[in-house]
Write a protein that binds this ligand. Structure first.
Ligand code: V4E
Length: 250
């Protein structure tokens, strides 16, 4: 099937004191500075996130579901099946509606679909949770309540967004004391993902402070701090990479 909406290809990098100057040298233009609160939802036993599905309500943007963009082994699978390897050498496997499928390797680039249409979000949630959709679940808050989803993470981000050609670069500072950068681009088709990954990786390397390991996302750091058991389960399931760099190390 045609993908619903675009696929967001992202690489995280570690922000340092020189990052904004480097952005300007590369010709990036500040597109805006915003602050927003995110609330992430899951079942009490974490079945959405264990299936690599990230449902959030973002202030100013509304409901969004970040999820793997292609069904495992689907016609448009861009060759990420078992055996394909990514730049960090980890096995990259297609994720899918199958909650047991391997995650995309955390810590390198990621490619996620961002569903916002209520019908698409609710259909995907029901598929993952193996629940028959209720005709009354046309709006997301009603479905969220009906599915028994609860907030498991809530934090505020201050974001400075730069435009760099067809890339966007976000410099994020979360209210629990973690800063991270993200280079992002959007593609329409799965086969465009590898070239986009190369590009966001290259620019992320140019902008970021050099680090030896993968750069943690805000969620990894948040869960490690506030939800250590959920964090541990996600690491075990291969959905998050273990944080080897405690925040004091910045
Ligand atoms: C997809 C995902 C999560 C949801 C949050 O996504 P993230 O890109 O980290 O946050 P943010 O605020 O920058 O979202 P944006 O505004 O760009 O839409 S939490 C964990 N994941 C999976 C994941 C992963 N496995 N590895 C890495 C490096 N990032 C995310």
């Amino acid at each position: 099937a045609e993908p619903t909406g675009s696929i967001e290809v992202e690489a995280k990098f570690m922000v340092g004191p020189g990052t904004e100057a480097r952005l300007v040298v590369l010709g990036a233009v500040l597109a805006g500075a915003v602050s927003f609160q995110d609330q992430y939802y899951d079942t009490p036993d974490g079945r959405l996130t264990l299936a690599d599905h990230w449902l959030r309500h973002r202030e100013g943007a509304g409901w969004e579901l970040k999820c793997p963009p292609w069904p495992a082994g689907g016609a448009r699978d861009p060759g990420y099946g078992p055996g394909a390897t990514s730049q960090d050498g980890s096995t990259r496997a297609a994720t899918s509606l199958n909650p047991g499928a391997p995650a995309q390797p955390p810590g390198s680039t990621t490619a996620y679909q961002e569903l916002t249409s209520p019908a698409a979000v609710v259909a995907r949630l029901c598929a993952i949770l193996a629940v028959a959709p209720d005709p009354g679940w046309a709006c997301i808050p009603v479905a969220v309540a009906g599915l028994g989803l609860e907030v498991f993470a809530a934090f505020r981000t201050q974001r400075r967004s730069y435009r760099l050609g067809r890339l966007s670069v976000d410099l994020d500072e979360a209210d629990f004391g973690y800063a991270v950068g993200e280079v992002e681009t959007a593609v329409t088709h799965p086969w465009e993902v590898p070239a986009a990954q190369e590009e966001v990786t290259r620019v992320g390397r140019e902008l970021g402070v050099e680090v030896t390991g993968p750069v943690m996302g805000k969620m990894s750091v948040y869960l490690q701090q506030y939800r250590p058991q959920h964090y541990e389960e996600l690491v075990q399931a291969g959905r998050l990479v273990r944080d080897k760099m405690p925040m004091g190390g910045r």
